[in-house]
Design a protein around this ligand. Structure first.
Ligand code: FES
Length: 154
């Protein structure tokens, strides 16, 4: 069931859109902000509130890669794997992160501190390689600088 706060925040978005269904991504982001991810139950509740079918909302959630359909860690690392980052050292960073954290893409560390996910271009190709942790963009990365950055996320 959606909490009163989630429902209130979603309903506050409704006047900004021409029809209820157009709020669906914002609604999922709101619930994800509160719960960390979007469960099947949340899909059902949001769909009901917006007058959508479960399957329609689920297909939007699946398409949009910043909606998490399973639990994630306290911090989500989004490592850019597009062309500029590939050229500038993506693979070295990916290997370093996987070894350092003991996880592959799509996995979460056993202490639930980090989840590692790939993402397409972060729009900062002139400072590749790049990644985001939560909402923070980090650029011009090396394995050493990544190591220092990770220490800021507990
Ligand atoms: S390719 Fe990585 S930021 Fe553009």
């Amino acid at each position: 069931m959606l909490s009163p706060e989630e429902r209130k925040e979603i309903e506050a978005e409704l006047p900004r859109y021409p029809h209820k269904q157009a709020v669906c991504i914002d609604a999922m982001k709101i619930v994800q902000k509160h719960r960390g991810w979007i469960s099947d139950e949340s899909i059902r509740d949001i769909a009901e509130l917006l007058g959508m079918s479960h399957d329609d909302l689920d297909s939007v959630a699946t398409f949009y890669n910043l909606i998490y359909r399973k639990p994630v860690g306290r911090h989500v690392i989004l490592l850019c794997n597009s062309v500029s980052c590939w050229i500038m050292g993506y693979e070295r960073l990916r290997q370093h992160l996987s070894e350092r954290l003991g996880i592959q893409f799509g996995e979460t560390t056993s202490d639930t501190r980090f989840t590692l996910l790939p993402i397409v271009c972060l729009g900062t190709c002139d400072h590749a390689p790049a990644l985001m942790i939560d909402n923070d963009l980090h650029r011009d990365l090396t394995p050493d600088s990544v190591e220092r950055i990770l220490e800021n996320y507990r």
